[in-house]
Design a protein. Structure first.
Length: 222
């Protein structure tokens, strides 16, 4: 590439990173708002989260088109190619984080019973960790930070531990009072969606590692 072409390409890559940050912020905000709607029984906010999921889909398509244009027009090689292909993979996980938020919001519209008080702190902590993982995973990509990607992946164990703890609490409630079964099952779905947020954040970190090293986790275990 000539200097002018390289400068234009670098600007396009920065625009791509900015778009990913914007989409990531929208996804993590959706998780935050979905949990707020759940905890405060704010049905208006829950509906807003559900409706915003369409905008997330539009962001995914726009970024995908941006990536394809870069691939076709610039014909990048090596690190640049991996950076763009990583972005294409990342937007799928970011979009699914938005889907998980919308699913939580939909459940909150149907729930009639309040959050079980004895699992409220764990539920909130689980949501906060999963959300922060998603934020840091995208930051690791933008800053090309392998150390942050690795530390973010490690926090998924905390999400999994809280999932198991809350699931056991819900199971105990069902065993002692079968009338709580439907409510408990709703909360079981909520923590499953939060667990998926953590999983998608971990996926993003693995693609960041691929971008920086050229090797993906799936290739390391073959």
């Amino acid at each position: 590439m000539t200097m002018n072409t390289r400068q234009a390409f670098d600007k396009d890559l920065k625009d791509l990173a900015d778009s990913l940050i914007q989409m990531g912020n929208a996804a993590t905000t959706a998780v935050d708002q979905a949990m707020k709607a759940l905890l405060t029984k704010d049905h208006v906010l829950a509906q807003e989260v559900i409706q915003a999921d369409d905008q997330m889909d539009e962001m995914e398509r726009a970024i995908e088109q941006k990536c394809l244009r870069l691939l076709l027009r610039q014909q990048p090689v090596a690190g640049d190619l991996r950076k763009i292909s990583t972005a294409i993979k990342m937007i799928t996980d970011i979009e699914r984080i938005g889907d998980a938020a919308a699913d939580i919001a939909e459940i909150s519209l149907q729930l009639k019973a309040p959050v079980f008080s004895d699992m409220l702190d764990d539920l909130t902590q689980m949501a906060d960790i999963a959300k922060s993982m998603a934020q840091d995973a995208i930051l690791a990509y933008v800053n090309e930070d392998l150390e942050l990607a690795q530390k973010t992946k490690e926090r998924d164990d905390l999400v999994d531990d809280l999932f198991l703890k809350i699931r056991e609490c819900l199971g105990e409630k069902i065993r002692t009072n079968t009338e709580l079964m439907h409510t408990a099952m709703d909360y079981l779905m909520i923590i499953k969606y939060l667990e998926r947020v953590g999983d998608h954040a971990e996926n993003i970190c693995e693609w960041v590692e691929f971008y920086k090293t050229g090797v993906h986790k799936s290739e390391r275990i073959l």
